[in-house]
Design a protein around this ligand. Structure first.
Ligand SMILES: C[S@@+](CC[C@H](N)C(=O)[O-])C[C@H]1O[C@@H](n2cnc3c(N)ncnc32)[C@H](O)[C@@H]1O
Length: 302
């Protein structure tokens, strides 16, 4: 098989104020190119115990970017643990140190010859690589399979990215101390992706709702939702929509006007609009023409 090309580690370089503690500049440069930042063993053990300790004996666990084997070394003997590592030198170190099998290659496409139940690692902090690691893991894992990665928070801080990940995974995240890795300059998290079809999100406040507004609501209405008004955003949204629609409209037309094209998940704003239309009709601010059709009073249509 051809040696896989290394992707430039530009993001890794910006995350760390690098000092070659060994004084070996060549080794430090190679580490940076590979995105090689070993995890503290004691901390990896704590993560493993709380997130993977429930797996039954004999479960197959893959460490997809094993480095010199820090995380692999703490996987208990009751599990079948296998490492993957791009660098043959690091792979040899990891094999010698852990006694585990290390597959030399690129986790994105290397032939594993096994079906893991879980994937546990600290991949290089490069967005496209982490995305590819997750895709490969999803293809390899059975239903219920788990991925646990140490990641920079910026990789899970974007509402649309989380929405997209969440289409295939339940996700939960927790902060971990950034000084675990010396002079790291970005917040870090341990992120657990579970292929359970449940699409749960833990530790992500209203990400799906925000993704819907930011990416699937017409810009005019997004501005109103963001800015609000004296009586909150929803009344403003309804009045503006009814004005645009000529003074009266069924809810379905109001929804269609507000929604822009794209992937919407919650459409939580529909319920807000339905509620506010009902309230405004009860208070005589709107006219309810039929069960789901509302009209402005003529003086409101300006
Ligand atoms: C951040 S280090 C982590 C090492 C180890 N997991 C730990 O936590 O101590 C990332 C490792 O991934 C390896 N690596 C980079 N790209 C890889 C790829 N595409 N497939 C497999 N390993 C890769 C690097 O050589 C490096 O050793």
């Amino acid at each position: 098989m051809d040696a896989p090309a290394l992707t430039p580690a530009t993001e890794s370089l910006t995350l760390f104020d690098v000092e070659a503690e060994s004084g070996d500049a060549g080794r430090a440069a190679t580490d940076r190119a590979l995105g090689h930042w070993p995890s503290p063993v004691y901390f990896g053990e704590l993560l493993f115990e709380s997130h993977f300790g429930h797996l039954p004996p004999g479960a197959i666990i893959v460490e997809p970017s094993a480095g010199e084997g820090n995380l692999l070394s703490i996987i208990p003997d009751r599990y079948h643990a296998v490492g993957v590592e791009l660098s043959p030198q690091l792979a040899a170190q990891a094999a010698q140190r852990t006694g585990r099998r290390i597959i030399v290659g690129d986790f994105r496409n290397v032939e594993l010859g096994l079906r893991p139940d879980a994937v546990f690692g600290n991949p290089p902090f490069r967005t496209e690589l982490v995305d590819a690691f997750l895709s490969r893991s999803h293809a390899l894992l059975p239903a219920g399979g788990i991925v646990g990665f140490i990641l920079p928070v910026y990789m899970i801080g974007n509402a649309a990215r989380v929405r997209d990940f969440n289409l295939r995974w339940s996700i939960e995240q927790e902060l971990i101390p950034r000084e675990l890795f010396g002079k790291v300059t970005t917040p870090l998290a341990f992120v657990r992706f579970v292929k359970d079809g449940m699409r749960r999100l833990v530790g992500f406040a209203s990400f799906l709702e925000a993704a819907d507004v930011l990416h699937n609501v017409d810009r005019r209405f997004r501005r109103i939702m963001e800015r609000g008004g004296r009586r909150g955003p929803w009344r403003e949204v309804v009045v503006e929509a009814l004005r645009i629609l000529g003074g009266e409209a069924p809810l379905a037309r109001i929804y269609a006007l507000i929604e822009s094209r794209g992937l919407a998940v919650t459409r939580f704003w529909r319920e807000k609009i339905r509620q506010v239309c009902g309230e405004l009709a009860t208070r005589g601010v709107l006219v309810r023409l039929t069960a789901g059709t509302f009209a402005l009073y003529p003086q409101e249509i300006v």
